[in-house]
Design a protein around this ligand. Structure first.
Ligand SMILES: [Zn+2]
Length: 544
């Protein structure tokens, strides 16, 4: 029998088998149940997150002759012949990016499906199409025949023209959480009788960085010789930092064992370990500790505040480390800093230290490198990038405050405050998001906007850097999509006074579209959002 790689073998064949994309699955199934199927969809997200698999399940389901509660029956002639169905046309735009291919597709679009109700075009890596191919496709998307459905998938949504985007229903596929990955790896190993330790399952989950395809490909390789898969075997083959190392290190930090911490970091330097992987794993493990503290199952010496500060500091460390000479110096300062008793300014102190070290090291670097390499590509300086980003964020904050004031309602405020209070108790919320919720207060709200304040400036800063994550994470708790914004207590007092003054003077507030800021949105902003998201979505750590 032909060997089928694990990733293909365990591809989901129905909605209930799709792991980790609950929101998308729910929306697609609702569309099927309520017969509101659109003509064009765009699935975006990193590779290996199930875009094509989901597109296929969706295609199979809408052509099923006996759909049951939004799920294909798996028994009808359409379901049974799905793999060979002439009504499902898969196009890989990476290899068929020419206008002729799209023309041919468009000519065939008009021909009715042979068996099923719909003819479904799955266009993978759609961003690879040439602009004339896009234009040809656009004509069809504008007036598609009733039987045609386009599902486009891309890992690079920025390269898809806006004219195409505006005609699609868009779904964003997230990276898989460590929990989803470990569950699936364990399931596959059990099914395939692959012998593997629990630590090794976790190690593979970490190494695959949120991609199921990578996780199962790695498993394929490791299982090829039939021996038991252990952490040691993985580390020998793929050079990484084991979770045992991380746990031992955290234990030593907790017990203020300075020399052991120093030794461990030296070891990392000497083995040229990847500091990004190291930080990612530290954040992951610290988030676990934060959860156990909140849930009362923690028996160690850390306080919640200490763990939270460490997570925030590691996140900040990631932001700064790209321009840093020796990342492990930063990391050591960060860990030693956590030895001291915490006070409210600790994160800020740490950041000051980081800045000092950075400036010192930059100077050393300049002095030791009299002949500077000439870059052929103009690069934005870090300061310039930060300026653009800050400019955009400041304008976004002003806009959201304005919009919240425009439609602020007492009922909306009371509702948001009561939701906020329940969120603190909700175990489904990711711990770092929960930390932000615990540390902030809702002070004004409308149906779509919500102003938060926090005591510490660093919390306000982190809140504003994770606005999209907040909206996304809390979507299901509010009836509407809420756009959040955070102000320090001082700024909130000022804004409130201004508002009262303006209203007295007869000034009218009106809504401003966030689209007016699109031109200002720095490209790097999305990356910074990502980093912020990493800390908050502890399960979906992604590094730039
Ligand atoms: Zn069926």
């Amino acid at each position: 029998m032909e060997y089928k790689v694990l990733y293909r073998k365990y591809r989901p064949n129905c909605f209930k088998n799709i792991v980790g994309q609950d929101y998308t699955v729910k929306m697609l199934q609702n569309a099927i149940i309520h017969n509101k199927i659109a003509h064009s969809y765009l699935f975006t997200g990193p590779r290996g997150t199930g875009k094509t698999s989901t597109a296929k399940v969706f295609a199979k389901t809408i052509n099923c002759q006996n759909i049951q509660n939004g799920e294909a029956c798996g028994k009808c002639s359409s379901c049974l012949a799905f793999e060979q169905s002439p009504d499902i046309i898969e196009i890989d735009a990476a290899s068929n990016n020419g206008v002729d291919d799209i023309r041919e597709l468009i000519n065939n679009v008009k021909i009715a499906p042979t068996e099923g109700k719909y003819k479904i075009y799955i266009i993978d890596e759609v961003h690879m199409m040439t602009s004339s191919a896009f234009n040809a496709l656009l004509l069809t998307l504008e007036e598609p025949p009733a039987h045609a459905i386009f599902i486009m998938a891309t890992t690079n949504v920025e390269s898809v023209p806006i004219t195409i985007l505006s005609r699609c229903q868009r779904f964003n596929f997230k990276k898989f959480s460590i929990e989803d990955l470990t569950k699936q790896i364990r399931y596959v190993c059990d099914q395939e009788s692959i012998s593997i330790t629990d630590d090794a399952v976790l190690e593979i989950a970490y190494l695959s960085e949120g991609g199921m395809r990578d996780a199962l490909s790695l498993l394929d390789q490791l299982a090829s010789n039939g021996e038991e898969i252990t952490v040691d075997k993985i580390l020998t083959n793929y050079g990484s930092i084991s979770m045992k190392f991380i746990r031992d290190l955290i234990h030593n930090v907790e017990n203020k064992e300075a020399s052991l911490v120093h030794q461990a970091l030296l070891e990392l330097q000497n083995t040229s370990s990847d500091y990004k992987i190291f930080i990612k794993k530290m954040i992951q493990e610290l988030s676990e500790i934060a959860v156990s503290i909140v849930s009362g199952t923690y028996e160690g010496k850390f306080s919640y505040e200490q763990v939270k500060d460490l997570i925030f500091s590691f996140n900040e460390c990631l932001n700064k480390i790209n321009i840093h000479v020796n990342p492990f110096v930063l990391i050591e300062v960060l860990l030693f800093d956590s030895f001291s008793e915490k006070n409210e300014k600790n994160v800020d102190n740490y950041l000051e230290n980081v800045d000092k070290i950075l400036h010192k090291e930059e100077k050393i670097e300049k002095n030791s490198n009299p002949v500077q390499e000439i870059s052929t590509e103009p690069e934005m300086s870090v300061n310039e990038t930060n300026e653009n980003e800050n400019d955009y964020l400041n304008k976004l904050i002003q806009l959201r405050v304005n919009n919240c004031f425009t439609e602020a309602k007492k009922e909306a405020l009371l509702k948001a405050q009561s939701i906020w209070n329940t969120l603190v108790q909700d175990d489904a919320i990711k711990p770092a998001i929960k930390a932000l919720i615990i540390d902030s207060t809702v002070v004004a709200a409308s149906d779509n906007y919500c102003i938060l304040t926090a005591k510490l400036d660093s919390t306000v800063h982190l809140l504003n850097k994770s606005l999209e994550s907040l909206t996304e994470e809390l979507q299901s708790y509010f009836a509407n999509t809420i756009h959040f914004v955070a102000l320090s207590e001082k700024d909130w007092k000022f804004e409130k006074q201004e508002y009262v003054k303006n209203i007295k003077n007869g000034q009218k507030y009106s809504l401003i579209s966030e689209g007016t800021l699109d031109d200002l949105k720095p490209k790097v902003y999305s990356e910074i959002e990502d980093i912020a998201t990493n800390v908050f979505n502890r399960d979906k750590i992604e590094l730039v």
